[in-house]
Design a protein around this ligand. Structure first.
Ligand code: AMP
Length: 394
């Protein structure tokens, strides 16, 4: 089991702690933050360092400036929100490296918080350039990674920087490692995965890896239609990966060989078009021509719940219907509510599934909601995330 050092393992008194956070928040046209969940999520680690007598230098990316300064992607709104939430002045710098930054950081005192400018204004960040990483590292005494969403990328601020400083996880990343390691190494059985979302092809490796240790995989979302079609079942005009039918077939065969129960929907909510004012109805396993499957039906929901009742561990990645539209969100909502009341260890992959749970206000009812979409998928694929691997071993 991967055991990595945490910020708790260091004496922070008088130390400058360089924290990689994930402040990649959504902004509206007027550059107002429309959802500050990610900023709030970073606060426990920041406060812990400050309470421990350290000072904090925060760094993050925002959007995709691709190595250029983009005024609309400055971290100014983040600094303002951080100041409010921490109830202290957070000094935002105009860059993340260079003499001005060095000077400001050298004057930092215990209890102070500085926010560096958007890391991706420099192309060296995503290229994991060693001298850029070294410059970042020169700003701190200890490096802490609390940005799980970028841990699957070997960037200067997630990987390069660890070559020059003691490196530990923040509270968010610590919890991600704890839960994903449990899933990979020793999940309590029965272990059930729910996979949904758009495409089978995005999740082939997840299927392969999961089939080595889950008992059951429940399949919903558009990817279910590719599986159903591969079994000769009509899916009407549903979203389909018609070039992945053989792949779906081989996953089903593999599941049989490995004794994994792979469960496909037995009924569907179908519509004549993908719109809120569409005509909808519930049909059985076959979807008639001209209709589109957009959610799992009530019998499927009941069947999934019946199976989930016995679970000790559940991991969920991908909504089981087109949940962004109210009419097709029932399946995702019902499964979410069921898991919220379950005693099993429940781990929710990042991205859409996490968003769906947040919308329902059920985030506190799950054991763990991942803060990284791509990163959580790669963890489940059994890959070692470069940003995690680079942290010091315990
Ligand atoms: P993914 O990023 O692969 O997890 O896919 C998530 C997307 O799949 C969401 O935008 C869902 O609305 C979409 N999705 C789920 N079920 C369906 C469906 N039956 N038809 C079309 N799109 C779907």
């Amino acid at each position: 089991m991967l055991k990595k050092k945490s910020v708790r393992d260091f004496d922070l008194k008088g130390k400058r702690v360089l924290i990689r956070a994930d402040f990649n928040v959504p902004l509206d046209d007027k550059l107002n933050i429309t959802d500050d969940t990610r900023i709030r999520a970073a606060l426990p680690t920041v406060k812990y360092v400050l309470d421990g007598g350290g000072s904090v230098i925060l760094m993050s990316h925002l959007g995709r400036p691709k190595g250029e300064v983009k005024e609309e992607l400055r971290l100014t709104p983040v600094a303002d929100r951080l100041s409010k939430l921490l109830k202290k002045d957070v000094k935002r710098l105009n860059d993340c490296i260079g003499s001005g930054v060095k000077e400001a950081v050298s004057a930092i005192k215990p209890g102070d918080v500085i926010l560096l400018e958007n890391l991706r204004f420099h192309k060296e960040e995503t290229k994991n350039d060693p001298s850029f990483a070294k410059e970042l590292a020169s700003l701190g005494d200890i490096y802490v990674n609390d940005a799980f969403g970028t841990c699957h990328r070997a960037h200067a601020s997630t990987e390069g920087v660890t070559k020059f400083l003691p490196a530990a996880s923040g509270f968010l990343v610590e919890k991600e490692i704890e839960y994903f390691e449990r899933l990979i190494q020793n999940p309590e059985k029965p272990y059930i995965a729910i996979l949904g979302g758009a495409k089978v092809s995005d999740k082939i490796q997840v299927f392969e890896r999961l089939m080595d240790n889950v008992d059951t995989i429940l399949i919903g979302g558009a990817m279910a239609y590719t599986f159903l079609k591969s079994q000769g079942i009509g899916v009407g005009g549903s979203k389909l990966e018609s070039d992945k039918l053989d792949l779906a077939k081989s996953i089903l065969e593999n599941a049989r060989k490995k004794n994994v129960n792979l469960v496909l929907p037995i009924d569907h909510i179908v519509a004549d078009k993908l719109a809120n004012d569409a005509n909808t109805k519930e049909v059985g396993r076959e979807i008639p021509d001209g209709l589109i499957g957009l959610d799992i039906g009530t019998k499927t929901i009941d069947k999934f719940k019946e199976i989930l009742k016995g679970a000790k561990t559940v991991v969920w990645n991908g909504p089981v219907g087109f949940f962004e539209m109210d009419k097709f969100s029932n399946g995702t909502r019902e499964i979410a509510r069921f898991l919220a009341g379950s005693k099993a260890t429940t781990v929710i992959g990042g991205g859409d599934t996490a968003a769906a749970i947040m919308n329902l206000g059920l985030q506190d009812k799950m054991s763990h909601i991942s803060t990284g979409g791509g990163a959580s998928l790669e963890y489940l694929e059994g890959k070692v995330l470069p940003g995690v691997a680079a942290l010091n071993d315990k």
